[in-house]
Design a protein around this ligand. Structure first.
Ligand code: PMP
Length: 436
């Protein structure tokens, strides 16, 4: 039997009392999650949930993976922390491994504790290398919570700072379903990518340190640019001597059917940032740069716990599991099957306006008449899916995009269960909303 847990109501009371109110949660009737294994969560009452959000793309190798857990526990018992002022092996082994698995000639890494910190460091490195201090980002991007990373986050839902940093210009997103120019791919000739030249020419001093972008915008609504997008962007940046920083915090480590999502566009960034899935639940972040860029950062830099032996061991164990269990390949294959399933649902359910994404990073945008966003219906779908034992996510500027980002260990049978359940739930929601 299950232990005596305090339960969701008591947790909500304590949360209200002791957590800063910005810490929000999903669901009208939430559960208390008490344990997890592989692709499943379990709540205080012993109910099982298929996890299709993986803590927003964190648990790529599945929850409490035995090999990763064992190696992390062993490291905790042997050598937890040294700080980088003393030599230890896991951090250099992980850096060597990242040089191997990252695309192109990305090679040298600096380790931190989160995606926010990785981006903050990458932005500094771009400044040091170029001698420039302006940045470009995309309107629906999300890059973190600190002053600079929040300032460079265009997505308004996550832009809380009333006085963000200056020197940042925003370029339009490659959001084909709601094209900022009202055009259609490929006739549009990638106007959104080419607009980066106009942004540089008209909104900056032309002394741009870098453009930062997610390959697929996660919180922005699984916005997936057309195949030529990043090549066009890269060429424009090269002309102006600006670096390309690719934020793989949410898309990295097999998620999109490639080790890193940017590989789907055949482009190599100058700096790549990672976090989340690298530790499979253990906090870790990193930015990795080409040798040429990395080598300008010679002034002392240290992160007390960044790349500590436990986190670095988690990273090494996670990468080993991703490779040995062929999770990237599984994400590609099962992801395609999943996307087909969603596209078939879209044919039967008017509420699904668009299906997009790659591998196991998929989105379904819910709309009413004339593409009007349907955030309330999105919430209803999430709640009903949860009641039926399936946890999905939501995102997008209007909070109306269903997000499917499961551990990369799910199989086609799981997908069939999800599609059948979603079909049922959408029937109910469409009926209740008068959209059928
Ligand atoms: N970049 C992206 C693309 C993210 O999705 C997130 C978190 N949602 C971050 C950066 C920030 O990462 P962290 O929460 O680890 O600081």
């Amino acid at each position: 039997g299950e232990k005596n847990y305090i339960g969701p109501d008591a947790i909500i009371d304590k949360k209200k009392e002791y957590l800063i109110p910005c810490v929000y949660h999903f669901y009208k009737n939430p559960m208390q999650l008490v344990r997890a294994k592989g692709k499943y969560f379990y709540d205080q009452a012993g109910k099982e949930y298929l996890d299709l959000f993986a803590g927003v793309s964190v648990m790529n190798a599945g929850h409490c993976h035995p090999e990763i857990t064992d190696r992390v526990c062993e490291q905790v018992k042997t050598l937890q922390h040294t700080c980088t002022i003393y030599l230890n092996q896991p951090i250099v082994d992980l850096a060597e491994k990242l040089a191997e698995v990252t695309p192109g000639n990305l090679k040298k890494s600096f380790f931190v504790n989160s995606g926010t910190e990785a981006n903050e460091g990458a932005l500094l490195l771009a400044k040091l290398y170029t001698g420039n201090s302006e940045y470009i980002a995309l309107k629906q991007g999300l890059h973190g919570r600190t002053h600079l990373t929040m300032s460079i986050t265009g997505l308004s839902f996550w832009r809380t700072d009333p006085n963000p940093a200056g020197g940042i210009s925003f370029a339009p997103d490659a959001y084909c379903y709601r094209c900022p120019y009202g055009l259609e791919y490929p006739g549009c000739d990638l106007k959104c990518a080419r607009a980066i030249r106009d942004v540089i020419e008209t909104s900056t001093s032309k002394q741009v340190a870098a453009l930062i972008a997610e390959p697929i915008q996660g919180n922005g609504g699984i916005i997936t640019p057309p195949p030529e997008y990043f090549k066009v962007v890269r060429d424009i940046l090269d002309e102006y001597g600006a670096l390309l920083i690719i934020d793989e915090v949410q898309t990295g480590f097999g998620r999109t059917g490639k080790m890193f999502a940017i590989e789907n566009w055949g482009v190599t960034p100058d700096i790549m940032t990672m976090a989340k899935a690298l530790g499979n639940g253990v906090p870790i972040g990193a930015f990795t740069a080409t040798e040429e860029v990395a080598d300008v950062y010679t002034r002392p830099g240290a992160s007390t716990l960044g790349g500590n032996p436990v986190s670095a061991t988690a990273g090494l164990a996670t990468l080993k599991v991703i490779e040995e269990e062929k999770l990237t390949e599984n994400a590609a294959e099962v992801g395609l099957y999943f996307k087909n399933g969603l596209e078939n649902l879209a044919k039967r359910h008017r509420i699904i306006g668009d299906v997009r994404g790659l591998g196991l990073m998929l989105g379904a945008e819910l709309v009413k008449e004339n593409k009007e966003p349907a955030p309330d219906e999105t919430d209803l779908v999430l709640e009903k899916m949860k009641d039926r034992g399936i946890l999905i996510g939501k995102n997008g500027p209007s909070r109306n995009v269903l997000a499917f980002q499961p551990p990369l260990i799910i199989n086609k049978k799981d997908v069939e269960q999800v599609i059948a359940t979603l079909d049922e739930v959408l029937n109910e929601v469409e009926k209740e909303a008068g959209l059928d």
